[in-house]
Write a new protein. Structure first.
Length: 134
């Protein structure tokens, strides 16, 4: 099977935009996490920023890799767009839940679960599509 990634397809563009937005969010958390190590007086609870940063590190790396592989399977555009958008929204809700606490814990937990299942589904789909290579 020959795989061609079309860079100007809506799915590829959506992946790139969402991956970049999530990277910007992670980069914004990095100095906040560093500041909590240097001066514990900046935030009431510096562990919140560190936990949010570590949570993002643990979830975004698999998403970036699996999302890029997922595009190579030529999934339905609407499904791919929806998953990329839902993942980004879910990860934003997780950070708002960690940082500002305006969301009940239930919504943060649901957001974590949604982002986990989206990455898991995409990974399973990649394995399914390339199962002949096993």
């Amino acid at each position: 099977m020959v795989v061609t990634i079309i860079l100007d397809s809506p799915l590829t563009e959506s992946y790139m935009v969402h991956a970049a937005l999530l990277a910007i969010k992670l980069l914004a958390l990095s100095p906040l996490a560093a500041m909590t190590w240097v001066n514990k007086g900046i935030f009431d609870n510096p562990d919140i920023v560190r936990r949010a940063y570590l949570s993002e590190l643990k979830s975004l790396a698999p998403f970036w890799i699996v999302g890029a592989l997922y595009i190579t399977t030529d999934p339905p555009t609407v499904l791919g767009l929806t998953m990329f958008r839902l993942y980004s929204i879910a990860r934003m809700m997780v950070i708002f839940g960690y940082a500002t606490k305006p969301l009940p814990v239930f919504f943060t937990d649901i957001s974590l679960i949604v982002s986990y299942f989206i990455t898991s589904y995409m990974a399973a789909w990649v394995v399914f599509c390339y199962r002949k290579a096993i």
